[in-house]
Design a protein around this ligand. Sequence first.
Ligand SMILES: Nc1ncnc2c1ncn2[C@@H]1O[C@H](COP(=O)(O)OP(=O)(O)OP(=O)(O)O)[C@@H](O)[C@H]1O
Length: 254
Amino acid sequence: MSLLQLQNLTKRFGGLVAVDDVSFEVPQGAIVGLIGPNGAGKTTVFNLITGNYRPDQGDILFEGRSIRKLPTHKIVALGIARTFQTIRLFPKMSVLENVLAGCHCRTHAGAVAAMLRLPFQKREEAAALAEAHAELAFTGIEHYADQVAENLSYGNQRLLEVARALASRPRFIILDEPAGGMNDFETAALIRIIRRIRERGITVLLIEHDMNLVMEACEHLVVLENGANIAEGTPAQIQADERVIEAYLGVEED
Ligand SMILES: Nc1ncnc2c1ncn2[C@@H]1O[C@H](COP(=O)(O)OP(=O)(O)OP(=O)(O)O)[C@@H](O)[C@H]1O
């Protein structure tokens, strides 16, 4: 069974059909790319999955169960994490604190325990700290742990978002333009990180305009145009698809 199934999803904003009867599946353990021109509806699909928007029609199944009506915090609790196209960090907080914010939703100690600093609360804090450091090491930005997040380069801020998403221990991670603003060297490192995320058993769905990343990292691509799913297949199949070349990759001008 696929981990995620989108079934005939439609989302309208007034008269605009941003997502138009879109269906596709993300198999367990896959790295799937969602691509398409600007305004094709990709981020809207992500916002539908994470409960930020509600579909007008269709359904979203995670492990066979409908999540269409769940609030975002319940969707996160099921093991779905995301990063954002526009970076959403706590800019004045340290890099480590930003990752701890991702761990936070899994700590169970209540306010009273926190005030009294009960032993189990201290254990939870120590575990969260160790995990936050581990995710920073995983994404290669551990040496910036004590820096203020806004001082990181754009590329490292994107990696910090990935580290924070991983700190929620997801089974499924969705990355919205993770290579946005990265140079070629940073993008190559990101491709390795994405592969290692999958090796941890985490399924990946990503939106990306960097064709190098998409073709190298993804084994399956879904192409949207004007809100509709116009093609699906392996990177090689998509590169050879006439409709995609016309709609998205563009015809080289003389
Ligand atoms: N909250 C909203 N209210 C009104 N229109 C919206 C809203 N969000 C998205 N849209 C519109 O829906 C369409 C799809 O937008 P979306 O951001 O999903 O595209 P995208 O494929 O992610 O584009 P990009 O690659 O530029 O990020 C666009 O025409 C956009 O203007």
